[in-house]
Design a protein around this ligand. Structure first.
Ligand code: C2E
Ligand code: CA
Ligand code: CA
Length: 944
């Protein structure tokens, strides 16, 4: 019995405990299944949210970068207008066409003039001359046009490119619209590019919307000149930023928060075109925080923007899987099966369940890995490294590319920020940390920093790191992600010439200043080199040729720096701007050798450069600043630049050493301009005359009028010191007119007084600016009739560059001068870039061989060849040849031998004032070792 009881009890116990276990298992199984399902769903949602934030962050960043790049591009317009002394339609159109080609997001470029009432008539006659219809300032863009009412200030469009709607746009007074007027005001006040509110375009574009950007331009005296208006195709700009990203069903909308409420919605990204879109009716609705929605703020061009990114239903559903439900269901089914059929296999059921759980875990893990793989795939695709920093945990993900950029394999760098920070160059680190903190605190729109990082090989590389923070609804940064780009090459070397870049130079300057501070025997100097007339090369041969010239110049500078006589010096050669170079030279002990180096450079630049089968001459002006401890690189460069301007002002092709007095150069220039204006207006200028002697007869065939400025304190100032100032300020026009008038009057008087050389002519230098004035010819004719000088007794000297610019209209003018019997001579021939092939087209009487060839006649045999070639060419074209700057008998003999017709130079006479020049009228036959009657002279201008 006892045994039976004993036997049955365990059985009963087993059974009841088994059924309890079954219940427990059933309950636990159900609970587990639900739990697994719930956990998996949460995990899925978390992954989707992370992915969404990533994608949104990338979009935000891409759009931001595009908008900022485009705004920065507006500065080239400022550069162009500042560099152009006189705007004209053809030049503007050419520039605009190039700008649009370079940046197709630009739709239209306009030049809006800031006009006072007094300028209205002139402006309108300008419209008329250009054939604009209607030719007056208008207050509407519509038809019929309405003339603007009289007021103090107008802001009318002067030029517009493309010209398709020019009749509607040119002449439109922008200040008519109160909104635009306010935007223009802001642009004038800040000097920054200012984005206007969106405008509907006449032109057909992707979305018909334009984004105007205004940029104010001021004259050197700070007076407002007008505005460059650049209209971007909004759609193009935004789409361009997003073009390279993988399309995701995320809705992206742009709002302009600075516009009135009804006009804030700007644009919706095209990924959603045709699909369902989410429409926010009010700004508040658009900006309200929500799950799977991210709002990014951007302040640019004086406006506040919001970029609203929302995950669409499609996006979310693509990230929901059946897995949680499946596993949940499996769990339940299994639980039921276990409970009903297999009471004794509880252990098995448990094992089964464990198995399921493990499987589920594995699946979740796989999903995670997949999303990581996608992430690193994107990162590997670009040459940039990526980083993603979870601010809560402090953990940071570096992409394999990020690590390899520092020379490390994926597993060699961990996931702490220290891996990043401790490799930053100590002098940069504090700044980077500060910039990161500022962005985290919301003080900047995005993080961007350039700094040096220690590579595994011990060298430092320059990296550009950018990133944006993801913020929660309270604005707290929860995460930060971004990219890392290696910019070492662009930092250290100039791409075109391979010389050091401005940045590298800056570092070397810091070093030189520090060295000089710690060692008093350490000397250094900065040479600032600017090419003379480089613009002419660029304009006549094109930019590619200009680049070729720069490369050759860089080579010559490098070989100067490497010469054995400079071996005691450490020299860094850098290119810091278009045609600007800087050499940093340093030496311990003696003076740093800067002036020796400058002389070497001027010599090295003297021989012509080869350029597309032509020879071109390039000289340079050099400013030297002797370095000292306690200065800054910026101030050293600034001073060297000032000295360079001094060298330019004193006639170019030379160097000047900086002195503090030069700092007042700008002030000095202004004073000089005022003095010069007064001198010209009050008849305070004088002419000197230099003879051109016929080498056959020894007779003075012609006198060249050369202007001088008798200054009350500075003495007689030579033209090299004020002609370029006069050209830049426009004073050359009244000055040129005075010279022409005085020279003609004087020659007419001499003709009346001395009758034995009745064919003697006067030649007058005419600068390009004067020559291209529309009224030039009629001015010359009226001077001739007022002074009574016969046209055949006047020659005009112009330089080659005048012929090369604007050839067609120049050609017409030259023919008219020829018809009027006025002579024409090409001054400084051979130093410019005129193509000999074209010379036959121009009705020219004589070529004046540049002084540089004459000077080195005996020294460089190739110069004799050049002179010979010029003489032959002139013969073929029926022109005569005049050699200028003849100083020695030796040179004279050479020139005669080569067949030169006329000579001018100190050997015969320097330029003399009108009283003394009379004594020369007897001629120079004694020089030529022969005696010829003076009256038989022909003159340079009548040979042809
Ligand atoms: P340029 O037309 O080439 O004038 C010749 C310059 O060479 C003159 O300098 C003259 O004094 C100088 N010269 C003449 N013979 C010799 C010589 O044997 N040796 C040397 N070393 N120099 C010699 P200047 O008078 O100082 O004029 C410089 C430049 O200023 C002129 O060069 C010309 O381009 C410009 N210029 C002078 N007067 C006027 C003017 O009325 N209008 C314009 N637009 N430019 C002028
Ligand atoms: Ca001349
Ligand atoms: Ca000359």
């Amino acid at each position: 019995m006892t045994g039976g009881t004993a036997k049955s009890r365990p059985h009963r116990v087993t059974r009841s405990s088994a059924s309890r276990s079954v219940l427990i298992i059933a309950a636990l199984g159900t609970l587990m299944s639900c739990l697994v399902c719930g956990l998996m769903r949460m995990r899925e949602a978390q992954l989707a949210r992370d992915e969404f934030r990533n994608a949104a962050g990338t979009c935000d960043y891409a759009v931001r970068r595009e908008i900022e790049t485009n705004l920065a591009a507006t500065h080239i317009v400022r550069g162009y207008i500042n560099a152009t002394a006189e705007l004209n339609e053809a030049g503007f159109s050419r520039f605009a066409e190039e700008a649009i080609q370079a940046n197709p997001s630009i739709l239209t470029l306009e030049w809006v003039e800031h006009l006072r009432a007094a300028g209205r008539a002139a402006f309108e006659s300008g419209l008329k001359a250009r054939g604009i219809n209607p030719p007056y300032i208008r207050s509407n863009l519509l038809i019929p046009p309405r003339a603007a009412k009289a007021k103090d200030i107008y802001e009318p469009v002067r030029f517009v490119y493309p010209r398709d709607n020019i009749d509607r746009i040119a002449g439109y007074d922008m200040a008519t619209s109160p909104t635009i007027s306010a935007e223009i005001d802001l642009a004038a006040r800040t000097g920054e590019p200012i984005v206007g509110s969106k405008i509907r375009l006449v032109e057909k574009t992707r979305d018909g919307l334009g984004l105007p950007v205004f940029l104010a331009l001021r004259a050197p005296n700070a007076e407002l000149r007008g505005f460059a208006l650049i209209i971007f195709q909004l759609g193009e700009v935004l789409e361009k930023g997003l073009r390279d990203l993988k399309p995701e069903p995320i809705d992206i909308q742009f709002f302009d928060l600075s516009a009135p409420a009804t006009k804030q919605f700007l644009y919706q990204h095209q990924w959603l075109r045709g699909g369902t879109k989410i429409v926010f009716r009010t700004e508040a609705e658009a900006l309200a925080p929500a799950d799977f929605k991210q709002v990014a703020w951007l302040s640019a061009g004086g406006r506040n923007w919001a970029i609203v990114m929302t995950a669409t239903e499609k996006y979310l559903s693509a990230r929901r899987t059946w897995q949680p439900w499946f596993f949940g269901l499996c769990g339940l089914l299994l639980t039921a099966a276990v409970a009903r059929h297999n009471l004794r296999n509880i252990a098995d059921a448990r094992r089964e369940e464990e198995l399921i759980y493990l499987r589920e875990l594995k699946d979740a893990e796989q999903a995670l890995r997949q999303s990581e793989a996608r992430y690193s795939l994107a990162a590997e695709g670009s040459k940039d490294g990526l980083w993603d920093w979870h601010l809560g945990s402090g953990k940071i993900y570096y992409s394999p590319r990020w690590k390899s950029m520092l020379g490390f394999a994926d597993e060699e760098i961990g996931d702490t920020t220290d891996e990043w920070m401790r490799r930053i160059y100590p002098r940069d680190r504090e700044r980077v940390e500060r910039e990161l903190a500022e962005h985290r605190a919301g003080q900047t729109d995005h993080f961007q920093s350039e700094y040096r990082v220690r590579h595994r090989d011990g060298t430092y590389r320059w990296f550009l790191t950018r990133g944006v923070a993801v913020r929660d609804s309270d604005g707290m940064a929860t995460r930060m992600a971004g990219s890392q780009t290696d910019i070492t090459d662009s930092k250290a070397a100039d791409h075109l010439t391979g010389l050091a870049s401005r940045l590298l130079l800056n570092e070397k300057l810091h070093l030189a200043i520090d060295l000089a501070g710690s060692d008093s025997r350490r000397n250094f100097a900065v040479l600032f080199i600017d090419l003379d007339r480089f613009k002419i090369i660029n304009d006549s041969f094109g930019h590619t040729a200009g680049d070729m010239v720069l490369v050759q110049i860089a080579d010559r500078l490098t070989s100067c720096a490497q010469r054995p006589d400079m071996s005691a010096c450490e020299i860094t050669t850098a290119r810091v701007g278009g045609d600007e170079f800087v050499l940093l030279v340093g030496r311990t002990g003696e003076s740093c050798g800067a002036t020796d180096l400058a002389k070497l450079i001027l010599e090295a630049l003297a021989p012509p450069l080869r350029l597309l089968d032509n020879q071109v001459f390039v000289s340079a002006s050099i400013g030297i600043r002797i370095g000292e401890a306690g200065t800054t690189p910026e101030s050293l460069l600034q001073d060297a630049d000032t000295a360079m301007y001094h060298a330019k002002a004193r006639g170019k092709d030379r160097f000047e050493v900086f002195t503090p007095a030069m700092r007042s150069l700008a002030v000095e220039r202004l004073r000089c301009e005022t003095d010069l204006r007064r001198a010209i207006e009050s008849g305070g200028m004088v002419l000197h005359y230099q003879p051109k002697v016929c080498l056959v007869t020894g007779v003075v065939a012609e006198l060249e009028a050369l202007v001088r400025w008798p200054h009350p304190t500075r003495g007689l100032i030579p033209p090299a010191e004020f002609i370029s100032l006069a050209e830049e300020t426009g004073l050359i026009l009244p000055l040129g007119k005075w010279v022409l008038d005085t020279a003609c009057r004087q020659m007419a008087a001499w003709h009346a007084q001395f009758t034995d050389n009745p064919r003697m002519r006067i030649s007058v230098n005419v600068s390009a600016k004067q020559f291209t004035q529309p009224l030039f010819l009629s001015e010359v004719m009226s001077v001739l009739s007022a002074t009574g000088l016969a046209p055949e007794h006047l020659s005009i000297e112009i330089t080659e560059s005048v012929l090369m610019e604007n050839t067609e209209s120049t050609l017409e003018l030259l023919h008219k001068l020829r018809e009027a019997k006025i002579g024409l001579q090409i001054d400084d021939f051979g130093s410019g870039y005129s193509s000999l092939n074209y010379l036959h087209r121009f009705p020219v009487n004589a070529l004046k061989i540049d002084r540089a060839f004459v000077r080195e006649l005996g020294i460089r045999p190739e110069n004799a060849q050049i002179v010979e070639t010029i003489v032959m060419l002139a013969r073929t074209l029926g022109m005569s040849v005049i050699a200028e700057g003849v100083e020695t008998v030796e040179q004279l003999r050479h020139l005669s031998g080569l067949g030169c017709d006329y000579a001018q130079g100190h050997l015969f006479s320097p330029p003399l004032d009108s009283d003394r020049v009379v004594q020369l009228f007897d001629g120079f036959s004694s020089f030529l070792g022969q005696s010829v009657p003076a009256t038989s002279a022909s003159s340079p201008a009548t040979t042809r």
